[in-house]
Design a protein around this ligand. Structure first.
Ligand SMILES: Nc1ncnc2c1ncn2[C@@H]1O[C@H](COP(=O)(O)OP(=O)(O)OP(=O)(O)O)[C@@H](O)[C@H]1O
Ligand SMILES: [Mg+2]
Length: 347
């Protein structure tokens, strides 16, 4: 399965192969998407999305047609419930169906439901934790239909935060020994959304999103220097801004971003009863902004790195790697989706 991350700035796709000790990039591609075509995770302009998907499909090896995509935002609800550990998957499914009305705050006609068995409940060992997910069917269909129009088939529809969490497997090698049993916050700072996934002992236990990202930075460049949108975006990407920009626009943006991150980490700490996370790993296009990791290390007093799976267990031919490594951080969600090829999944 190819992992396709339909972002509001770019649609990103990655295809991974298995190697003895990790994964290898077979193909990757990112295609800019018309501004506004994807808004609040909702596909507003199907044609713009299918244009991107068509380009991706053309770049894929022949015969590749299965895709893992993600939904997120307010259309998605996740909840951890606990059930009797002795139940089979079928029995769980039947029980969830019966109780769904009490468990899910949406009209059942409008949502699709899925569940996944997690670990044994730490308080009552006869129970197992079960992750229950409900998503508005409309949002799933939007993605499934767009893929269908270009001859691709959605085999897996994941939740973006969990796809991000799964990708942590690729960057463990970047962290000090023993990180596998620690708490890692993966923070994906995109154009409009910042997605959090906290991984404890290898399992994603907390996900959250905030409507904040690099787009706000572009907007403040635009208004501060009187540029149009494209000029502002270009100046940002090329680093061609007047010298006072650090003080005038970059640091106010970083301060805001820091506030957002702080708030979300506080929510995590309150809900988990922990006082901090052990590591912070940044990804998403906006994580490439200068000074981000230092800023977070200074603020939170924990090691903060920019995600680079090539320092972990991701491999690629030299040519691909040279081109991809500087921007691999924006592919983390797509990687987490592509990894679904190598786990178990129900059809
Ligand atoms: N080298 C860079 N330096 C600074 N910002 C960058 C760089 N490369 C990309 N960006 C910014 O990152 C953002 C795009 O990130 P990304 O591709 O992760 O977003 P997305 O997944 O499409 O959007 P979202 O998840 O928010 O819907 C844009 O705001 C872009 O300007
Ligand atoms: Mg994104």
């Amino acid at each position: 399965m190819v992992g396709i991350d339909i972002g509001s700035y770019e649609v990103k796709a990655i295809l991974l192969g298995k190697t003895p000790d990790g994964y290898a990039v077979t193909r990757h591609m990112s295609v800019p998407i018309k501004k506004g075509a994807v808004n609040d995770h909702d596909i507003r302009d199907t044609e713009a999305v299918t244009d991107c998907l068509r380009q991706i499909k053309q770049a894929l090896p022949k015969g590749i047609k299965y895709v893992a995509v993600a939904v997120s935002g307010s259309a998605v609800m996740t909840k951890v419930i606990y059930m009797d550990a002795s139940l089979s998957e079928e029995e769980m499914e039947a029980q969830i169906e019966i109780e769904a009305e009490n468990l899910i705050p949406y009209s059942l006609d409008e949502v699709s439901i899925d569940f996944e068995k997690l670990n044994t409940n730490s308080v009552d060992h006869s129970k197992v934790n079960v992750l229950l997910t409900a998503c508005r069917t409309e949002n799933i269909d939007g993605r499934v239909d767009a893929l269908d129009m270009v001859g691709l088939e959605a085999k897996v529809v994941d939740v973006e935060g969990y796809a991000l969490g799964r990708a942590h497997e690729l960057i463990l090698g970047q962290l000090p020994d023993g990180a596998k049993n620690k708490t890692i916050a993966l923070i994906d700072i995109g154009a409009n959304i910042t997605t959090f996934a906290v991984i404890e002992n290898g399992e994603t236990t907390f996900i959250r999103e905030q409507a904040f990202g690099g787009e706000q930075f572009t907007q403040s460049i635009l208004s501060f220097y009187g540029m149009n949108y494209d000029e502002a975006e270009q100046a940002k990407l090329q680093g061609e801004l007047p010298r006072n920009y650090m003080f005038e626009v970059l640091s106010p943006f970083q301060t805001q971003l820091l506030q957002q991150i702080k708030r979300t980490l506080q929510i995590y700490c309150t809900s988990s009863g922990r006082d901090k996370v052990d590591y912070i790993v940044l990804c998403g296009g906006t994580a490439s902004l200068e000074g981000m990791t230092n800023l977070l290390t200074a603020e939170f007093g924990v090691l903060c790195l920019l995600a680079d799976p090539f320092q972990g267990c991701l491999y690629a031919d030299d040519g691909i790697k040279a081109k991809l490594q500087p921007q691999i951080n924006k592919y983390m969600v797509a990687c987490g989706l592509a990894l679904r090829s190598y786990g178990q999944w129900r059809t």
